[in-house]
Write a protein that binds this ligand. Structure first.
Ligand code: FAD
Length: 309
């Protein structure tokens, strides 16, 4: 836990960022977890995954935009990305994931409507390309506004995906309220530490809550997107799918780029739908530090790269 907090604090540090970018070993870690800095890099990663029978959801890295112009710029980046996906003939293999604060949610009183407008533009473009959008969930302070934005946009775009985090106590209620025929819900543990009042602090409680919400989603007609690398939870998802008569097209496993690639291929080889979160963009540093904070063993990957030079 201490290491996790230290590493998250490190994600704010600019000098560390440029050191990491310049050091060959850590460059190897970046290349494993991040597709690159340009939209074309992400599309190339999607094509490689599609060759393996694995789907993608592409995230343009960055959050908490400073002003409406920047939020508009990020929205346009998504529109360009969706055009590239379409032009490459990859719309059936790739959708996009959007962070609400990247497209305006954190910009004061107008933030919620600005984010809703920008996500609507992205949805419009995704629909034209023949694919979908999932709204990422950020720290707990943004959960109520994000759920409101998703609820409004789903009237027009019923296929819009939403993320729920089992680390939050409210999530079981949200899952029950949201679960309806075809509703796309990505369930994850949550990448942010919730407060003691609102969240589960013990990892075992987060896991148990994950299973309860997952059961709710499988037992309703929802389309569960099971976002975890945890072998136990992956196995439980498979059991729940079978028990609820779900075929391979009725739910999906999701993992991040670079995490358990052999497992991604194994599941896809069994016929399951597997989708990989493909991040790209210049703001890779905070994302990377969070991945290492979640699983310090990822640092070993860097150490091995040094040793083999
Ligand atoms: P953990 O609890 O981190 O680990 C449990 C076990 O899983 C480990 O002991 C190990 O056996 C195995 N494991 C975990 N990671 C690895 C690895 N890299 N390699 C090998 N084994 C591993 N969080 C949000 O808050 N909002 C979001 O919108 C969001 N979107 C996500 C989208 C996707 C596709 C994924 C996969 C995650 C997303 N997350 C999001 C992050 C998520 O909330 C967790 O922080 C993250 O997935 C780590 O939790 P875990 O369930 O994978 O397992």
């Amino acid at each position: 836990m201490v290491l996790r907090h230290t590493l998250i604090a490190a994600s704010e540090n600019e000098r560390l960022r440029s050191f990491v970018a310049r050091t060959p070993a850590t460059r190897g870690v970046i290349n494993r977890f991040v597709a690159g800095e340009r939209a074309s890099d992400a599309v190339r990663a999607v094509a490689g995954l599609a060759d393996l029978g694995v789907y993608s959801t592409i995230d343009h890295l960055g959050e908490n935009t400073a002003d409406p112009a920047q939020a508009g710029g990020i929205t346009r980046e998504y529109l360009t990305l969706l055009e590239l996906i379409y032009d490459a003939g990859l719309a059936s293999w790739a959708e996009v994931s959007v962070k609400p604060t990247a497209v305006g949610l954190s910009l004061g009183a107008e933030g919620e409507s600005l984010a809703a407008d920008n996500i609507a533009r992205i949805c419009e473009s995704a629909a034209a390309a023949g694919t979908t959008v999932t709204v990422d969930m950020e720290d707990e302070s943004w959960v109520p506004a994000t759920l409101r934005v998703v609820a409004v946009l789903r009237r027009e775009y019923p296929w819009l995906g939403c993320v729920l985090q089992s680390s939050l106590r409210r999530t079981e209620g949200d899952a029950a309220a949201m679960a309806g025929p075809g509703v796309r819900v990505r369930l994850c543990k949550g990448a942010y530490a919730p407060s003691a009042d609102t969240g589960h602090r013990d990892k075992r409680d987060v896991d148990r809550a994950f299973v309860r919400s997952l059961r709710t989603l499988f037992e309703s007609g929802a389309y569960p997107m099971v976002a975890t690398h945890d072998p136990r939870l992956v196995a439980i998802a498979g059991t729940l799918a079978r028990r609820n008569g779900r075929g391979h097209d009725d739910f999906e496993y999701q993992m991040v780029l670079g995490a358990r690639p052999a497992e991604q291929r194994r599941l896809a080889g069994l016929g399951a739908r597997v989708r990989v979160y493909v991040p790209y963009g210049r703001e890779w540093y905070g994302y990377l530090v969070r991945r290492v904070a979640e699983r310090p063993a990822n640092l070993l990957f860097a150490a091995r790269a040094v040793a083999s030079r």
